[in-house]
Design a protein around this ligand. Sequence first.
Ligand SMILES: *Cc1c(COP(=O)(O)O)cnc(C)c1O
Length: 336
Amino acid sequence: MIDLRSDTVTLPTQSMIKAMNAAKVGDDVYGDDPTVNELQKLAADKLGFEAAVYAPSGTQTNLIALLAHCQRGDEYIVGQQAHTYKYEGGGAAVLGSIQPQPIDARGDGTLALESIEAAIKPDDSHFARTRLLAIENTSAGRALPMDYLPAVRELADSKGLLLHLDGARVFNAAVFHGVDVKEISNHFDSISVCLSKGLCAPVGSVLCGSADFIHEARRWRKMLGGGMRQAGFVAAAGIVALNENVDRLQFDHDHARALFEGLRDIEELNMSEDSVQTNMVFLNCGNRVATELAAYLKSKRIVISAGNSIRMVLHKDIEIDDVIKVTAECKKFFSS
Ligand SMILES: *Cc1c(COP(=O)(O)O)cnc(C)c1O
């Protein structure tokens, strides 16, 4: 099976399996799991923060961040298509009484500074208190421009807003720009990073921030049911993810580029070249054709996500031969 639905389908590496087998563990809710503690310290160091907390998912680390930064009746500004707004079940509103204020993103994935500024509410009892700005990087496979980050920090500072990064795939952004990930993360008050996507860990995300913020975050994690006891067994794979699997993201990016090059002369596919920056390729061919293409590919043991657009995600378990096969099958489908 060639599975292009997401990079979350990656299986752990041999090195991870070995590390998981050998992990020393304890009760992490008491702070006693040496492997979880090591992962948290490693993540904080790599991303340039005082502290970090390990949690079962990126949905939970984002939610913890929103709950720890905002009070009931506060508001966060977020992209209309952002994961923290659209794809997390409305958690901040449901569980935190935090009002989202979504705004449209531009084609490059950024939220225009003017739009952010226009959405900030005055200090007036009619309004929720605008407290936080949440940014996503990468966003639909695009790495935000590096010069956007200090600009958005400056705006947040001038308006007294906190700044959270949903950095589920922030290492893809760092690899795309050829920078140390700290050059991205150091503009934010907190960052959530998925270990379970292109970095290949079986489960888990880390949330990084100041020591005080992470102290508060641990309380929310417990409340949300994210205290995992002997979590060192999976955290061990997270350590390998950060130490060994960052550089290999370049292969996924190269494969995405190869897939794009292979598909670009199919007339029926509407593809934009500058959207292919990291490990994702998006194709537009209309909902009906997309559904038919997905069904055809499935009969060839290739699975993709198809809706209004098609998303193909490259990852460790996709080799260049798979890319060639997918390209050939797509061409066959459109020529018949
Ligand atoms: C996957 C993802 C998340 C959430 O991660 P889960 O571990 O699947 O809950 C958050 N934000 C973005 C941008 C993601 O792609």
